[in-house]
Design a protein around this ligand. Structure first.
Ligand code: ZN
Ligand code: ZN
Length: 65
């Protein structure tokens, strides 16, 4: 299962079940998520030239593969 896909969309922040997120999934291949997929909080995102880290205060960090 894709770590970036959970209850909520990591890109637009809406519920995964609420609609079509194919375009969001496409963006998430290139960009860090903006919202935590578990709790819908806004993530603190740090981007470096080679990677990114997105942090939820509740659920910890997600890094790119
Ligand atoms: Zn979405
Ligand atoms: Zn969270």
């Amino acid at each position: 299962m894709n770590a970036l896909v959970g209850t909520y969309c990591g890109h637009c922040g809406r519920a995964e079940a609420a609609g079509d997120h194919d375009a969001c999934a496409e963006r998430l291949r290139m960009e860090p998520p903006r919202f935590c997929t578990h709790c819908h909080r806004r993530m603190t995102v740090q981007v470096t030239p080679t990677s990114w880290t997105a942090r939820c205060v509740e659920h910890g960090t997600t890094t790119n593969p």
